[in-house]
Write a protein that binds this ligand. Structure first.
Ligand code: SF4
Length: 270
């Protein structure tokens, strides 16, 4: 079924997040679970003949603390206070091969406490041993999100992740590969989860995401008053008895038009 805008999500709910800056302090990763099968980092690297399995520090390593060297703003940070850094999106911040570089990355993150940092991991079991010495109850300007693509990974990762001393933690189902029951975790940790986000898979071999799974998670979040975000549809979205092929450039827009954004008010407040 080709993409037909009028049939999929014709109404638009526009919510525009602040424009983030990508900080890929290291690049490369290794696959660890079904969600990694069509990882876009491997796909992009393959186009350039790069070996993704070699994790390497990048030239952008010091990006958040870079300053102007000349001119009227000499000595001022290039990225102003309030900048949101999407951190390590071409690797996993907690990948073991980056253990030697992470302390310096934490030092820069601490230095830029006037900014925000958002990182995503599939390795929550490594977080406790990879936090900086002065982490304490956590850096308030750092959000760490745990990706769980199916029920098995949810039940493996969240019991570890949700116990960690992270003041801003969120959950991502992307690529969402099946219906996922989050209720046990929402019931116990609703006040600690800043958001739950769902998304489909991109790329030529994308697996189908069923809109019914997304709706189900949306309803679980509404039930427990946890903010919900439908991030993007992915390349193949089933809605009812049809599977829609959605061009890359429309996947975010179509998810927005589904109108599932939920800010976290409980049902009783509505
Ligand atoms: S953990 Fe993330 S970056 Fe690493 S292989 Fe899996 S999907 Fe790709």
């Amino acid at each position: 079924m080709p993409y037909v805008q009028e049939e999929l999500f014709p109404e638009e709910t526009v919510i525009r997040p602040p424009h983030p800056v990508s900080w890929n302090c290291w690049h490369g990763c290794t696959r660890i679970s079904p969600g990694c099968a069509h990882c876009y980092v491997f796909r992009r690297d393959a186009e350039f003949g790069r070996d993704t399995s070699v994790v390497r520090k990048t030239q952008a390593f010091r990006l958040p603390v870079q300053k102007f060297r000349t001119g009227p703003e000499k000595g001022v940070y290039k990225y102003p206070p309030g900048t949101l850094f999407y951190t390590c999106f071409t690797s996993d911040f907690f990948h073991p091969d980056a253990d030697g570089w992470r302390p310096e990355a934490w030092r820069m993150i601490r230095e830029r406490s006037d900014c925000s940092f958002f990182m995503v991991t599939k390795r929550p079991e490594r977080i406790a041993g990879a936090l900086p010495a002065d982490w304490g109850a956590g850096y308030g300007h750092v959000e760490i999100s745990c990706t769980c693509e199916n029920q098995r990974m949810t039940d493996k990762r969240l019991p570890v992740f949700l116990k960690l001393p992270i003041p801003r933690k969120s959950v991502i189902h992307e690529p969402m590969l099946e219906r996922i029951n989050l209720r046990p975790y929402l019931r116990e940790y609703a006040d600690q989860i800043c958001s739950v986000s769902c998304g489909g898979e991109s790329g030529p071999d994308a697996r189908i995401c069923d809109f019914a799974w997304v709706l189900d998670t949306h309803m679980q979040c509404v039930e427990f008053g946890v903010p919900f975000h439908f991030h993007q549809t992915g390349a193949r979205l089933r809605k009812g008895d049809r599977v829609y092929e959605i061009p890359r450039e429309l996947q975010h827009e179509q998810a927005r038009k589904a109108g599932l954004e939920f800010t976290g008010k409980s049902l009783g407040d509505l």
